[in-house]
Write a protein that binds this ligand. Structure first.
Ligand SMILES: NC(=O)c1ccc[n+]([C@@H]2O[C@H](COP(=O)([O-])OP(=O)(O)OC[C@H]3O[C@@H](n4cnc5c(N)ncnc54)[C@H](O)[C@@H]3O)[C@@H](O)[C@H]2O)c1
Length: 284
């Protein structure tokens, strides 16, 4: 595959996606409106590659070749040279619509326009372009270098050719693609977010402390981490954004975000990425 990849957004997901594509031999341009986010994203990739080197899962040559394949840009126009564009900007409907309408004007003919959205309708995002057949959901899991799954979501107009190319790309970076239909939250977050939300209700109502809620789910259900720890990993702002999409899209009050979860976000307690969420972390 001779694809050149653009990743839009250098946050937790964007830098992970750039990492796995670059490590698999693809040239990658990361684009973010914030130069500080780009610097932080590249620093995270360097730190994660160092960890892989120390563990012996990559050698020094792979580490330096991976970094050499990554470039950064603050202008969306940099997508013009790329054949695959993966948008991983903040989970906000208006923002994604705006990015995709700009991509339609800037991206080369025939390029894949993928979104890593956790919940927003691929059909609606695609409708912001004049090429909905090339728009698809490519939903990586966090942390991207570690997690095996890529949920592949077809919008109503996504072509078979776009789906086949996306499935092949996921396999080319060592992941396992799994197709989902375009309904709010797709498969992963339709099931995960109500559990995380319920954990926040348990915390708010004093059913248990954060530690006891997480311990019950870890030891009782054999989950690798508790739902509140996982929410901090995902980002509490992202959890609220996904629940809002589920609530609005499906209309069932069971998806209404827990007031305590919203309060944490209002306080700027966004989880690991801000240094504090349900728990506190040494580094932001
Ligand atoms: N966090 C998770 O566990 C997770 C998992 C799967 C998918 N996702 C999805 O991935 C996307 C990104 O999530 P994240 O956790 O990396 O968020 P994040 O807050 O860590 O990063 C978002 C980045 O987008 C950048 N950005 C904002 N507007 C932009 C624009 N117009 N152009 C370019 N960059 C812009 C921000 O500067 C920031 O660096 C969201 O759609 C989210 O739902 C998140």
């Amino acid at each position: 595959m001779n694809d050149r990849i653009a990743v839009i957004g250098a946050g937790q997901m964007g830098n992970g996606i750039a990492h796995v594509f670059a490590q698999s031999g693809f040239p990658v341009t990361i684009i973010d409106v914030s130069a500080a986010a780009l610097a932080k994203g590249v620093a995270t990739i360097e730190k994660n590659l160092d960890r892989q080197l120390k563990k012996g899962s990559i050698d020094a040559a792979t580490q330096s070749a991976t970094l050499a394949r990554i470039g950064t840009h603050t202008e969306l126009a940099a997508v013009a040279e790329c054949t695959v564009i993966i948008e991983a900007a903040t989970e906000n409907v208006g923002l994604k619509f705006d990015i995709f309408s700009k991509l339609d004007a800037l991206a080369a003919d025939g390029s894949i326009l993928a979104s890593n959205t956790s919940s927003i309708s691929i059909t609606q995002i695609a409708a912001r372009t004049r090429r909905p057949e090339q728009v698809i959901g490519m939903h990586f899991m966090n942390p991207v270098p570690v997690m095996q799954l890529v949920e592949v979501i077809r919008g109503i107009a996504t072509s078979d050719a776009t789906t086949e190319r996306t499935v092949a790309l996921a396999k080319a970076v060592g992941k396992t693609p799994c197709e989902a239909n375009d309904f709010p939250g797709f498969i992963a977050n339709r099931i995960l977010m109500p559990m995380i939300n319920e954990a926040f209700y348990c915390l708010m109502e004093g059913v248990g402390t954060a530690e006891s809620i997480d311990t019950v789910m870890k030891l009782g259900m054999n989950h690798p981490m508790g739902p509140l720890t996982l929410a901090d990993f995902i980002g509490l702002d992202t959890c609220v954004a996904i629940l809002d999409v589920l609530h609005k899209g499906i209309g069932d009050p069971k998806y209404r975000a827990c007031p305590l979860l919203r309060k944490y976000v209002d306080a700027g307690w966004l989880g690991r990425k801000s240094g504090r969420g349900v728990y506190t972390y040494a580094t932001a």
